[in-house]
Design a protein around this ligand. Structure first.
Ligand code: HEM
Length: 590
């Protein structure tokens, strides 16, 4: 009742403030010879906002096609420079990298989950960022840690494939957008903190929902920020939501951290199967560490890993599969490659990837055309020159990877899906000294999560091509066989595909893998429980054999001495293999 006139008067007040600022603002004196980047014609008050479109990077792309690769823009009251070509990006990430090493800070300072200086993603370039970056490269996200987590990824992929297999057998349509997001979330949550996103009361699921909520708040706040004087009003309007999300996230992570600390005390220095949280906690407790990180920094760091790692990875997988479905010749070529290297008697494995060059080219080409992070920001730290133009200290740089990777001066037929281009010498020579392929950014601040993403993408996409045939339901094109690649603002690709298992042989291979996976989990379960409570084990088995409804995750009860708490077994996988399991179980009980 009272809110509408109230907000209306605030809005009018804002218009008047901006207008007065606009009229009386003195143009600041620029030194002689000052040469700012070119700028499209702007309107009073809103600047270039009217030139943008709902899918922001496509609007920016259209602008750079018309006005050039380096542009000065005014988004409301917010000035920014748009970078859209490989030569400019190369200069920025190589010769001038030192001037562009920080990102935008949140208008809320350290009170919001996102954008605060205690996060790693937004940390200003300095000792904390350098320390964490080194830790990411050498320990947390480096190749050797990723190798250690291989089984975790394998289990999640096999779990995903078993769901798809069920769909295929029943001739059902698979909502791949949802299934692949679950796969990416579960893989990253397990690698980061040994938890899966399933069930209402699950920590990883709670964290996923909090991340979505805080993205929502951050997005709204960014809108207010564009309209200068509205920034304060936005912060006031959203203050309760911000405080609520931040408090819940803090409590949730405090619990997870305490659980990990207790586990570390119980298992001692030789603890096996460490996740990323175990490793970072060791650094946190190390009194001789180069930098003593705070608890808040640690919590924000995990948030960065979740936000940086889940949707990006699932989007990458969706785009790759969509491009392959839309290009049947490429799909067939890839399947032939997998078949010639792996055969049909075993499931493709991460270790096969170096022998699958065409697969690697398909991944690159799909990510070139559809970068999961199409735009991102940097801040200019010092007055400097870029492509001959003056860039003022403090201005936001918007890097449009979508434009950079469709630059017609670099890529022949830039809008076409041609994986072969990544296999030719000619292409390699042309791009040798240019930053042309930038889905993960560039320079010192480029994405540290490449290994983690690649390992999940590699093992899942290759298996999807090896085992299944995919068809679009109600798609685009004259015969309705194409995935509609036109995305709407803020929505990820909607991928609904019917799935068919290719052959009986592959079904046997997949079932074998699912069984092998299940027995691995049973082994842990049986071993722990058998020493102290055989009865419990048999009970559980009978429930499974009878096909009775059982809980999704059975946790080993805390009261059982020597049991590994928190380990889960997955009965939905076990049920399918009841016959083989029976003999396995009998062996254990003997
Ligand atoms: C397809 C998957 C991914 C894409 C396309 C992607 C893309 C990007 C891009 C474009 C940036 C900005 C780089 C720059 O400023 O030059 C970035 C930064 C970052 N990404 Fe990723 N990313 C992906 C996956 C991941 C994963 C799996 C993680 C970790 C689990 C991760 C963690 C981060 C972090 C922490 C940063 C900030 C780095 C810094 O400021 O030093 N990303 N990512």
């Amino acid at each position: 009742m009272f809110a509408t006139p109230y907000f209306l008067s605030l809005f009018v007040l804002w218009i008047i403030t901006v207008f007065i600022q606009y009229i009386f603002k003195r143009p600041c004196k620029k030194p002689a010879g000052y040469c700012p980047p070119p700028s499209p014609p702007a309107l009073p008050l809103i600047g270039h906002l009217h030139l943008l479109t709902l899918v922001s990077y496509k609007g920016f792309h259209a602008l750079s096609n018309k006005y050039g690769p380096l542009l000065f823009l005014r988004l409301g009251t917010y000035p920014a420079v748009l970078v859209s070509s490989a030569p400019v990006a190369t200069e920025m990430f190589k010769a001038q990298d030192v001037h562009f090493l920080s990102r935008i800070q949140s208008p809320l300072g350290d009170n919001l989950l996102f954008g605060s200086s205690t996060s790693f993603f937004n940390a200003p370039y300095g000792d904390y960022w350098k320390f964490m970056r080194k830790l990411c490269t050498t320990e947390l996200l480096g190749t050797s840690q990723m190798k250690k987590l291989k089984n975790v990824r394998r289990e999640e992929v096999v779990r995903f494939l078993s769901k798809i297999l069920e769909k295929g057998k029943k001739n059902e349509v698979a909502n791949l957008s949802a299934e692949i997001l679950t796969l990416a979330n579960n893989s990253s949550c397990r690698m980061i903190m040994s938890a899966r996103c399933s069930g209402e009361d699950n920590q990883a699921e709670k964290c996923r929902r909090l991340v979505i909520e805080s993205f929502d708040v951050a997005g709204k706040l960014a809108l207010f920020t564009v309209f200068g004087p509205l920034k304060g009003i936005g912060m006031w309007y959203l203050r309760r939501k911000i405080a609520g999300v931040t408090k819940r996230y803090d409590e949730l992570f405090e619990n997870v951290l305490v659980e990990h600390e207790e586990k570390a005390k119980r298992e001692g220095p030789n603890m096996e199967n460490k996740d990323l949280m175990d490793i970072l906690l060791e650094v946190y407790h190390d009194e001789n560490a180069e930098i003593r990180i705070t608890r808040k920094q640690m919590k924000n760091f995990f948030l960065d890993l979740f936000t940086g790692g889940s949707n990006t990875t699932s989007d990458a997988m969706l785009w790759i599969l969509a491009e392959l479905v839309n290009h049947p010749a490429a799909f067939k070529k890839l399947r032939d490659e997998i078949e010639s290297v792996v055969g049909t008697e075993r499931l493709v494995d991460e270790a096969d990837i170096p022998n699958l060059p065409y697969f690697q080219a398909c991944v690159k080409e799909a990510m070139r055309l559809n970068p999961p992070v199409p735009i991102y920001d940097r801040i200019c730290g010092e007055n400097c020159k870029l492509a001959g133009y003056d860039i003022p200290k403090g201005i936001t740089m918007i890097i449009n990877t979508y434009s950079i990777m469709r630059d017609p001066k670099i890529w022949e037929n830039p809008n076409d899906f041609i994986p072969e281009r990544f296999l030719t010498e000619q292409h390699n020579a042309k791009v040798q000294n240019l930053q042309v392929y930038v889905p993960f950014g560039g320079g010192r601040r480029m994405c540290p999560g490449i290994n983690m993403t690649s390992s999940v993408v590699n093992c899942s996409v290759t298996a999807m091509v090896q085992c299944f045939d995919w068809k679009v339901i109600g798609g685009d094109g004259p015969d309705g066989s194409k995935v509609n690649m036109d995305i709407k603002s803020g929505v990820c690709l909607d991928l609904l595909l019917s799935v068919d298992l290719r052959s009986q042989d592959l079904e046997a291979v997949l079932q074998g893998q699912i069984f092998e996976d299940a027995t691995k989990r049973l082994d842990v379960f049986g071993f722990c429980v058998i020493q102290n409570s055989t009865y419990l084990l048999i009970m559980r088995m009978q429930e499974i054999f009878a096909g009775a409804e059982v809980e999704k995750d059975i946790r080993i009860q805390k009261s059982i001495p020597h049991a590994v708490e928190g380990r889960t077994i997955y009965p939905d996988l076990l049920v399918k293999n009841s016959q083989s399991l029976f003999s396995f179980c009998a062996f254990l009980i003997d």
